[in-house]
Ligand binder design. Sequence first.
Ligand SMILES: NC(=O)C1=CN([C@@H]2O[C@H](COP(=O)(O)OP(=O)(O)OC[C@H]3O[C@@H](n4cnc5c(N)ncnc54)[C@H](O)[C@@H]3O)[C@@H](O)[C@H]2O)C=CC1
Ligand SMILES: N[C@@H](CC=O)C(=O)O
Ligand code: NA
Length: 938
Amino acid sequence: MVCGGYIVGCLSTHVPPHRVVSNSISNMLVSSRLHCISLNQTYYTKGIWIPFVSFGSLHHLRLEQGSLSRTISPQNRKEQQKFTVSASVTVPLVNEEVEKVRLQKGQTWSVHKFGGTCVGNSERIRNVADIIIQDQSERKLVVVSAMSKVTDMMYDLIYKAQSRNDNYIVALDAVLEKHTSTARELLDGDDLSIFLSRLHQDISDLKSMLQAIYIAGHVTESFSDFVVGHGELWSAQILAALVRKSGRNCKWMDTREVLVVNPVSSNQVDPDFLESEKRLEDWYSRNSAETIIATGFIASTPQNIPTTLKRDGSDFSAAIMGALVKARQVTIWTDVDGVYSADPRKVSEAVILQKLSYQEAWEMSYFGANVLHPRTIIPVMRDDIPIVIRNIFNLSAPGTVICRSTAGEDEDDLGLETPVKGFATIDNLALINVEGTGMAGVPGTASAIFGAVKDVGANVIMISQASSEHSVCFAVPEKEVKAVEKALKSRFQQALHAGRISQVAVLPDCSILATVGQKMASTPGVSATLFNALAKANINIRAIAQGCSEYNITVVVKREDCVRALRAVHSRFYLSRTTISMGIIGPGLIGATLLDQLRDQAAILKEKFNIDLRVMGVTGTRKMVLSDTGIDLATWRDLLSEKGENADLKKFVQHVHENHFIPNTVLVDCTADTDIATNYHHWLLRGIHVITPNKKANSGPLDQYLKLRALQRKSYTHYFYEATVGAGLPIITTLKDLLQTGDKILLIEGIFSGTLSYIFNNFKGTSSFSDVVKEAKEKGYTEPDPRDDLSGTDVARKVIILARECGLNLELADISVENLVPESLRTCSSVEEFLEKLPQFDQDMARKKQEAEDAGEVLRYVGVVDVVNQKGTVKLQSYKKDNAFAQLSGSDNIIAFKTERYNEDLLIVRGPGAGAAVTAGGVFSDILRLASYLGAPS
Ligand SMILES: NC(=O)C1=CN([C@@H]2O[C@H](COP(=O)(O)OP(=O)(O)OC[C@H]3O[C@@H](n4cnc5c(N)ncnc54)[C@H](O)[C@@H]3O)[C@@H](O)[C@H]2O)C=CC1
Ligand SMILES: N[C@@H](CC=O)C(=O)O
Ligand code: NA
């Protein structure tokens, strides 16, 4: 059984790198009333991955089972339950889908690549060895980088020697010490002595080489490559010896003996696959082993000169090795959970993508996303070998699989795979626009433009030309724009002079926003959605490009708009259409109860109805609390009281509506404040929906009311106020349904006041009138000032609200009201003073009650909307004891609709019409009504 609750304790459970771990976790304290588990503002139910921190790193647990036992929390004395969850963490080292393909192809090798941070110290190296040992593949080829910082230390040695800084010797000692101590912590016996003897030999050779560099004051590239490559040689040897310690047949490989590459530029090499494959076969025939630990980053030229694979070298090594051994999978181990849908530093909602096609990964990485370098993808893509990006510090995260796209082929896909996968941005660009009437139909114009750009060595990042051919626009890095502008102006000097080209214009401070997704191809409407999201965020697009592969739509925006643009489009594609940003104003009785109801129900709404309600702000009169992603509703009270900032309604509204890109905003006014109500018109005008139990707007001045309702009808922005009459009872909706379906309302008569209903239902026996008033206040039925109830004003407001709904243009002053507040108490300055003095008038009310009782009747405070005669009345009236109005209990309201259709037998709605839970429930129903108007599933 999984029963609800939110985790209030922190877990401390170690999850070792097993394929499947079953773990029982206890000591999660959960509140008894909830139905789901909440942590870090997110709610979780059975079957969902929950993140938790253990030993300083993030893990995920899948909730499978739980059992409950009760306890009392010492801090707040609230009853809580101890939640025992049996969770299973599945950490398949080989992705299941990938495994299927592998078996079909009979592939036996798995390739892993561990970067410098993965082997940063002896503990981490041990961890890596564990992962290798856990992999059940028949054969494993592990590519390893130098220990973290070692490559930099090696470059520093060269730099010092070359600049004749004697400290290179001390620096070399530090390198020796780092590897000696690591080896001592991990190895022993022969393994240790063999490694240390080789290490000392290497260090002594390096010393001689550095000395030669010192003397020459110069270093060649191959010398430098040879020196820096030692970090990989040492880490591979240490790791291989450690894996051997577990009894595995493991050899280390100096990839310079196998991998042959041809340098093509200062930062690029091309692998020679044929030659490398031959050398690998040869190496393997001499060194057959179940596990091979190979050095990343280093290789040889065809002339056997040591070289490196340059930037991102070890990833590239792993991909080439994967292709050479036709691996079933290449796993790149890193320190993030996978590839995000957008830079998580810019978009807090960014999610880890489970799967990317090679093309998508490629596009994302070109556009600055922290994915693999496109170069890394090419070797494996040719042989359809999947790359999996996994987090070594979070073995329970499944990571991102980069593989061939199955979009459209996968029968299970049902077209649900999203067309847009991710977004990436590039900053610091400038646009250049070459424009003129003399360009159209002139062959060679583009060639002349880009020839000039090439001559100054600038890189063109994006190009756009409309088919009228009057302008060509392209983006270059900001730092290159001056040179490009100069070259173009000089190249087109004559055309500019003659007016054939009107301008070479530079637009500085631009950024590119790229939207990537293989399934965008042939899916109509993606660009419309994208541009719509940008338009709604009020972002101007300076240039657009989409190639006919349709994998990527690139827009150029002002740099200052870029993050906003990114968030806007990300929200549009990644958030549910019915994600609603909410601002709650007035966390009093109703507001607070609503927040608690939202807390308890949010997960279910999200999971079952795809309704994602985010409370982005709560404000009272003095303090407010704001959040960018949604306030943790388990702690909103503490946040407000301890971390709340000074309340500022303007800032509050701005934040809830504009500081992020959730598609819809609603402000929920839970105050009784007239000033707040005067804002509704302005909010609706700004596209903000409004929901309220506050009666002030609908019962206030008629002209303002009519203006508000006219706007509501025109704007498609919603305004709901069910709880203003009869609290959660369906009064407004019933009336609207009657009217909209063409019924004619004749009369509405009812007990509209929960307070006065409660008072007269309980004003019997020995109870005094003033005591019952106090009880009603304590039970939360009254208005903030109970005189609003006793005076009949609250009922009069409800009568007005219904009358106006029926089309009567009445003002509050038009309603005749019998006021139950003794004359002399109407001017009391405080609620406390009023309640203190009220007992002085108990006798008067007791007499009225007695008179009714003597006539076999009871007193009831009723409101009447006489539609036929266009009148409203509020009065104390006595009813025979068998009348339905006489038979209420508690805070019941009863409202009888007399209409053309319900003429003989009236339509009656009855039930509790005041109180925290039912009123907040009524407001909550309005919120869900809004969600369904916005498209939530029913
Ligand atoms: N209590 C009930 O049974 C029902 C209440 N209502 C309506 O619900 C609304 C709230 O009622 P309660 O929660 O009972 O009252 P309450 O007095 O407990 O709560 C009102 C909250 O609004 C805050 N507030 C007032 N002016 C504000 C402003 N300008 N900015 C921010 N916060 C402000 C107050 O500080 C207080 O926390 C009222 O309009 C009432 O008529 C409607 C139906 C039933
Ligand atoms: N004070 C009101 C609350 C609902 O509007 C009542 O008593 O009915
Ligand atoms: Na209602």
